[in-house]
Design a protein around this ligand. Structure first.
Ligand SMILES: *Cc1c(COP(=O)(O)O)cnc(C)c1O
Length: 339
C-alpha cells in the first residue's frame, strides 16, 4: 500500500462523505439557486462572523478573486516572500489584476506590524498605492507555522485605520485554530476577507469558500464568473464541504501529532541535516550535502512512499485524513533504511 505524503490534498472522500454528496439537493448555482451551496456558504460565514460566502472551485480562485476585488490595476499587495499567492498562483496577482507584490521576509512566513507599517507607501502621486495586505495561516512554504490572535490584532487595527484591506489565505486556517484553540469568530473579525480550503486537511474532493461582507461577495460573484468559476449543480461538492465541517475539524489534531512524530524520527537520521519546527501538519526538512531531493524521492518511492521536493535538497511531507498510525509506523521504519 502506498503512503502518500505529497500533500493533504491527496485524500479520497470516505464512504460517509460520498453518501452525503450523493443525497445532496442541488440547483443552478450561477442563478444562486443551489440550496446545498447556499447552506455551505452561510454555515462558514456564520462560523467566522462574516455576512456572506462564495463557493469556488479552488483556493487559488478565492485568493485571486479577493485580490481582484480589493485592488485596482497598478496597486500593491503586501505579503510574505513565502506566500502562496506570490509563489504558487502562476503569477496571477499580476496577470489577473495588474497588481504588484511587495514581498517582506517574515518570521517563518509570519509578518509583524512594524514591517508592514514600514512598507506602506505614502500617498504621493509617484508612489504605488498600497491597497491590500495579505496574511497566510498556516504558512505552507514555511512548514505550517501559524499566527495567533495576538499576532494579528494590531495588524488588523492598523490596516483599518489606514484604509488598507486585509485578506487571509486561510487554506489551512482550521489547522491553526485547533492548535491555538482560538475561536473562528475572533479570527474572522480581524479580516475583510478570508479564503478557506475544504480540499486540504478537511478532506473534500474540491472547493474553497471566500468570506466577506455582502457587498464584497456580490462583487466577488461577478469576478468568479469572469474567471470561469461559475458552476451549476455543484451542491454535490458543497455537501462534501458541509460533511467535512461537521466531522473533520477536531481530528486535525491527530494529523499534527503524527507530523510531530515524523519530525522526531527524521531528527535521528544521519542523512537529515535539519528539520523545520513542526507546528501543524507540515514537515519540511533538509538533506545532508551529497543527497538531493530527487535521490530521496527515488529511494522513498522504492518503498512505496511518496513525498514532495521543496527545493534542491529539501523535502516536504504533509499528514492528512488518509494517513494512519499504521502507516506512520511503517514510514518510520522505512526511513531508517533509506540511505
Ligand atoms: C493549497 C493552497 C491554496 C489553494 O490551492 P488550490 O490548489 O488552488 O485549491 C492557497 N493557499 C495555500 C497556502 C495553500 O496551501
Amino acid at each position: 500500500m502506498v503512503i502518500d505524503l505529497r500533500s493533504d490534498t491527496v485524500t479520497k472522500p470516505s464512504k460517509a462523505m460520498m453518501d452525503a454528496m450523493m443525497s445532496a439537493e442541488v440547483g443552478d448555482d450561477v442563478f444562486n439557486e443551489d440550496p446545498t451551496v447556499l447552506k455551505l456558504e452561510q454555515k462558514l460565514a456564520s462560523m467566522f462572523g462574516h455576512e456572506a460566502g462564495l463557493f469556488c472551485p479552488s483556493g487559488t480562485m478565492t485568493n485571486q478573486i479577493a485580490i481582484n476585488v480589493h485592488t485596482k490595476p497598478g496597486d500593491e499587495v503586501i505579503c510574505d516572500v513565502n506566500s502562496h499567492i506570490y509563489n504558487y498562483e502562476g503569477g496571477g496577482i499580476a496577470k489577473n489584476s495588474g497588481v504588484q507584490a511587495k514581498l517582506l521576509v517574515g518570521d517563518r512566513g509570519r509578518l509583524k506590524l512594524d514591517q508592514i507599517k514600514d512598507n506602506v507607501n505614502a500617498s504621493y502621486d509617484w508612489l504605488t498605492r498600497t491597497s491590500l495586505v495579505e496574511l497566510e495561516n498556516t504558512v505552507n512554504k514555511a512548514g505550517g507555522s501559524y499566527y495567533t490572535l495576538k499576532d494579528i490584532k494590531d495588524i488588523s487595527a492598523f490596516c483599518r485605520a489606514s484604509n488598507i484591506k486585509l485578506h487571509l489565505d486561510g487554506a489551512r486556517l482550521f489547522n491553526a485554530l485547533v492548535e491555538t484553540k482560538e475561536s473562528a469568530k475572533d479570527h474572522g473579525a480581524l479580516f475583510d476577507s478570508i479564503s478557506i480550503c475544504l480540499s486540504k486537511g478537511l478532506g473534500t474532493p474540491s472547493g474553497s469558500v471566500l468570506l466577506g461582507n455582502t457587498e464584497f461577495i456580490r462583487q466577488s460573484r461577478r469576478v468568479r464568473k469572469v474567471f470561469g468559476g461559475g458552476m451549476r449543480q455543484v451542491g454535490f461538492l458543497a455537501a462534501a464541504g458541509i460533511y467535512a465541517l461537521d466531522n473533520n475539524i477536531e481530528r486535525l489534531t491527530e494529523d499534527h501529532k503524527r507530523a510531530k512524530q515524523i519530525g522526531e524520527s527524521l531528527k535521528k537520521l544521519n542523512y537529515v541535516k535539519a528539520v523545520l519546527p513542526v507546528d501543524t501538519n507540515i514537515v519540511i526538512f533538509d538533506l545532508k550535502d551529497g543527497i538531493t531531493a530527487e535521490q530521496f524521492i527515488a529511494k522513498a518511492s522504492e518503498k512505496n512512499i511518496k513525498v514532495a521536493a521543496f527545493g534542491k535538497q529539501t523535502i516536504r511531507m504533509v499528514t492528512h485524513l488518509d494517513f494512519t498510525d499504521d502507516m506512520l509506523q511503517r514510514l518510520s521504519e522505512a526511513l531508517k533504511t533509506l540511505f
